[in-house]
Design a protein around this ligand. Sequence first.
Ligand code: PHE
Length: 362
Amino acid sequence: MSELDTLRTELLAAVNAAADLKALDAARVDALGKKGRITGHMKMLGGMEPEARKAQGRSLNVLKDEIAGAIEARKAALEDAALDARLAEERIDVSLPARSTPMGRIHPISQTIEEVSAIFGDMGFSVVEGPDIETDWHNFTALNFPEGHPAREMQDTFYLPPKDDGTRMVLRTHTSPVQVRTMLEQAPPIRILVPGRTYRSDWDQTHTPMFHQFEGLVIDESTHMGHLKGCLIDFCKAYFEIDDVKLNFRPSFFPFTEPSAEVDIACNKKDGQLRFGHFGDGHDDWLEILGCGMVHPNVLKNCGLDPSVHQGFAFGMGCERVAMLKYGIPDGRSFFENDVRWMAHYGFLPLDVPTLTGGLSQ
Ligand code: PHE
């Protein structure tokens, strides 16, 4: 075998044995690079006799072309194999079922608004809303808070800058101004539930500057305190999803109701766990959940109604507060921290719409 035949065999073997593009390039450099073996033979042509140089030059060119062709062919084969491997690895089985746990969650505040609206909706209340930025008159004066009366200080009000006429708008401190708006717009009988944002300058474990309330208002010609009690007891049974709810109506004061009461719910705090409906084992306690009362005659008058004809009751309940009690959420500030881990834990599945028949919070 001539020297070139041996070289050809060795170079072709190296090209065809290259397992990847990197090894193939090394084989190319070894054959055709500046210091490659074929190039080395080319360099020796200059020192040869003309006849021999001609023959050797032709042979070297043929060999060079053959090796370059072999490299191209090997390269194409390796690239095809790499593509096949990638396609096999990235294969998607489109027949697999969709992921069973959706990432999105319903916020406990939205869930609570849905639950409470479903319960009062079932009792014949319609849902009404009002503006977050209120006049001082709707938020206080019409609700029987006299000008300069200390009761206005009870509510840590956020005031807006005074207008040209000296009056100041407020961020509503409660949902009660929607009582006034509704009585001014709508003739009795009235039966409304008002969910909405409210604002007070306060910040600790159980208070945030923005929070949510539910206002209830019933006005007709015969509603009395007994109806108020029955309505709230029925609500608590449905909302907390237990039959043996115990409520304590404790005399209290609000300028816009007379008589007024705050309602406490009996709970059990055994072993640091808060539960409703496990009473009588010495770990009973009371937790305040709402304020209520019969609508004050002055409020009815301010809204154009005759107190000798019309009467009714109102209540106001903290949304975060009842959500915290029902779902065991320890810190009210966490509602507004936008922490996805908190949402994954306390949030609700989007398609579980609360209804009385289908279940409120399962
Ligand atoms: N508005 C009262 C509050 O925010 C609650 C309330 C509403 C009390 C209706 C009585 C009647 O504290």
